[in-house]
Write a protein that binds this ligand. Structure first.
Ligand code: UTP
Length: 289
């Protein structure tokens, strides 16, 4: 019997140096795409996959992220008084159940692997999803749900993957393919940010994972990898051979909102996908083309 997937960890303790000076005082995960902060998209995606418990791994200056999911009494009352029923309903819909959010602290950003290890008491002995909110997904079926469905099929660890041009593999965790079955790929190795000529494939891991709790034991060894950081990929690699490990070619699009160009593209794509904004966005684009 597979344990149900109920928990999600969202590491949000990074410094966001690529977005300075904006991220000097505003958490990268609070940057909006159209009218919602990145963290909101990630939480909605996780809820659509049946996730019930959330852990934000935060750092200095990240308190607004937690407040985004709290009750804002004064604001709600004012909206009520002004008859803004639609806005009020939207705010209320985004609140999470009492007791379903916890935060833990990563005091020093020592890497993604270290951030996940900081959530160990939340994870305990259950499978868990990881969502990196700066990877913004546009999918008909929530990307995390696509992974959750694959987990039900295969058990074990499941990561979302996509093909990238060869010359860009050195920015990602890369998969060594055991067997390529199309949507599902069984994995025999993983390597973080390999030199282009040494990469085992051009299939790369994006910021969506379903992992087994045993990864924590490997993270606890605090071994540093690429860039001197404690890398999640290195500890995931150690699970291969002891547990199933699959990549899922997810259906949908990803926008790398940790990067300026990716963030700007997301603004355009998400505005064009909104009936209320698409005509205005098309006008704007026509003026600049
Ligand atoms: P990034 O690699 O994008 O790093 O982290 P960053 O610090 O956020 O941004 P740059 O590169 O300086 O511009 C990917 C995800 O992992 C989290 C980040 O918050 C982001 O969601 N992370 C990264 C941590 O929580 N802790 C870390 O030590 C590193």
């Amino acid at each position: 019997m597979l344990k149900p997937l109920r928990k999600a960890v969202m590491p949000v303790a990074g410094l966001g140096t690529r977005f300075l000076p904006a991220t000097k005082t505003v958490a990268k995960e609070m940057l909006p795409v159209v009218d919602r902060p990145l963290i909101q998209y990630a939480v909605d995606e996780a809820r659509a996959a049946g996730i019930e418990q959330f852990c934000f791994v935060t750092g200095r200056g990240k308190t607004a992220i937690v407040e985004q999911f709290d009750v804002a009494y004064e604001l709600e009352r004012t909206l009520e008084e002004r008859g803004k029923a639609r806005e009020l309903a939207e705010l209320r819909a985004q609140q999470l159940a009492p007791g379903s959010v916890i935060t833990t602290r990563q005091q020093v950003p020592m890497g993604l692997g270290h951030a996940i290890w900081c959530a160990r008491h939340f994870i305990q002995d259950e499978p868990f999803a990881i969502l990196l909110p700066d990877d913004l997904m546009m999918c008909d079926v929530s990307c995390t749900k696509q992974l959750a469905d694959a987990y039900k099929e295969t058990g074990g660890n499941v990561v979302a993957i996509e093909e990238v041009p060869r010359e860009r593999v050195n920015r990602y965790g890369v998969i060594d393919i055991a067997e390529d079955k199309g949507r599902l790929v069984s994995v025999k190795g993983l390597v973080e940010k390999p030199p282009v000529d040494q990469a085992p494939s051009n299939l790369t891991i994006i910021g969506r994972y379903v992992l087994m709790p045993e990864v924590i034991g490997h993270l606890a060894k605090m071994e540093k990898g690429a860039g001197g950081e404690i890398q999640l990929t290195d500890s995931m690699a150690k699970l291969i051979g002891t547990q199933p490990f699959h990549g899922v070619r997810y259906e949908g699009r990803r926008f790398d909102c940790g990067d300026k160009a990716g963030y700007l593209e997301a603004q355009v794509a998400f505005a064009l996908a909104r009936p209320d904004l698409a005509p205005a966005m098309k006008d704007i684009l026509a003026r600049y083309s």
